[in-house]
Design a binder for this molecule. Structure first.
Ligand code: HEM
Length: 149
């Protein structure tokens, strides 16, 4: 189900509060991810600080495109193609999403309303589906859909 305008607004408002602490957030994110799923640690070979900023930059771009579904779809599919090549699988998306939502809750504390926290969970689920569409250039239904993205 696509995000509502209200959810997009809640995500953008809360992300604006997070942005001044983006470096902290990127470090907390990987700490949480490797606590939840230590087996993922070996997949990240580069500098984790740099990787965290790449992730946050990608999330910033995704948030800007939340109301431009066609453009967003192409971007997520391209991320999917890259992630499939990195050995990322469908199962990895759950711990990743949990770590991301924990990070936002931890950094924002009381400033994150329950509605905004829910909007982030919904957004992550939609983003994960979009990325998974790019796995092997195929949609989750097995039809080729990523080739022209
Ligand atoms: C919201 C979902 C995600 C976003 C926005 C995202 C974003 C990124 C970006 C921007 C990069 C840099 C390389 C590139 O541009 O492709 C990257 C690399 C990577 N991502 Fe993701 N990612 C997501 C989900 C995941 C998941 C679920 C995993 C599974 C563990 C994962 C594992 C990796 C790995 C292993 C690398 C390479 C790290 C290295 O070279 O050391 N990502 N990701």
């Amino acid at each position: 189900m696509p995000l509502t305008d209200q959810e997009i607004a809640l995500i953008r408002e809360s992300y604006a509060l997070l942005e001044p602490r983006i470096e902290d957030a990127s470090i907390i994110f990987y700490e949480r991810l490797f606590e939840i799923a230590p087996e993922l640690r070996a997949m990240f070979r580069g500098d984790i600080g740099e990787q965290g900023m790449k992730l946050m930059t990608a999330i910033t771009a995704i948030i800007q495109l939340l109301d431009a579904p066609d453009e967003l779809r192409g971007r997520l599919r391209r991320l999917g193609t890259g992630h499939a090549a990195l050995g990322v699988t469908y199962e990895h998306f759950q711990p990743f999403g949990t770590a991301l939502c924990h990070t936002i809750e931890e950094v924002l504390g009381d400033r994150l309303s329950p509605d905004a926290a829910y909007a982030w969970k919904h957004a992550y689920a939609e983003i994960a589906v979009g990325i998974l569409e790019g796995f092997n250039g195929k949609g989750m239904d097995g039809t080729a859909s990523g080739a022209n993205a």
